[in-house]
Design a protein around this ligand. Sequence first.
Ligand code: ATP
Ligand code: MG
Length: 352
Amino acid sequence: MAVYSIWNNKGGVGKSYLTFQIACEYARTNRDQKVLVIDMCPQANSSSMILGGMINGENALNAISSITPRMTIAGYIRERIASPYHNPGIGGRYPIQVATTNPNVPGNLYLVVGDEELELLTSRVSNATLPGPDDAWAKVHMWIRDIIYDISDSWNIDNLTVFIDCNPSFGIYTELALSASDRIIIPFSADGSSKRAVRAVLALLYGNARLPGAERSEYDRKSERYKLRVPRIYCYVGNRLTQANFGSARAFRTVVTEIGEEIYSTWRVTPGNFHIHPSGSPSPATKKTFREMFQFEVVDANSASVVSGALGIPIVSLTAGSHIVAGRSITVNQTQLDRQQPNICELVSTIE
Ligand SMILES: Nc1ncnc2c1ncn2[C@@H]1O[C@H](COP(=O)(O)OP(=O)(O)OP(=O)(O)O)[C@@H](O)[C@H]1O
Ligand SMILES: [Mg+2]
């Protein structure tokens, strides 16, 4: 079992887009496995793409959310609010086989559907961490781990691969996702504030203080106290790096290099926070081998990515030519596909 969170507390860096592309490609290339996406973001962007995009995906989301009880992540969270410290073992009911709704995705891809209702439940989840048994915080932080085990038990398998799309904020749902994950994929974009975001993620997860005397996050302190797992960094994905409007190629490269240096310096100080892969590989000894293991770049695919998300067709299966999106014809060029398809294939080939 491998559980990946896709998270950066910076918004709009491609968490949901990459969750969609990575999960679909991983399912396509690992047909003998079941692949599960859990959408922990109330915006439900990855669910919308996975379920078929702007029209079909949104309609499916509305249909699923209008059934009572809701068979979405919010439905599960409601059940756990009612039974916070004892796992009722009902998680196996929640995943849906996506291909029954969106035939463009592989049949082995499953989804616990995102739901805007999560927002309404936030304070009730946070409150559940307070009273109750001594380890109330830890028990609540196991909820997502519980649903994953419920699902793998109900399928009677142990080689499940899970991708969790997170909300940008370091709120309770992100904490629950992280406590369920053993690996984290951190997308970032090529702007000045991404360097700060990269540091902020490390401070929140591992207590690497950004400023002298800075307080540790509650998540970091309590994960240590209750011996909960904290995911290790699987890779950083520089996403859409070419999209930023830099004045010159040199300025652009300077920012990307700066962020790369920041990540590398983290490795030098705390290599234990990184997940070595493929398993059995030696720890990287040089900056070059470090980059090969932990740093990826996914280019901007322009209108190809818009069509991919809007129609719920994974970029790797998208074809060049004109596509109808909301009644309008949009042309996808082969050159756009030729740029991003190999990125996604290569990134997914490193996921184990
Ligand atoms: N490599 C890419 N090429 C082209 N467009 C992309 C790429 N990655 C992401 N996008 C687009 O950028 C926008 C932001 O991406 P996305 O919604 O995945 O970010 P996010 O990190 O999930 O945002 P949030 O923090 O709000 O959850 C979306 O419109 C998405 O389709
Ligand atoms: Mg998102």
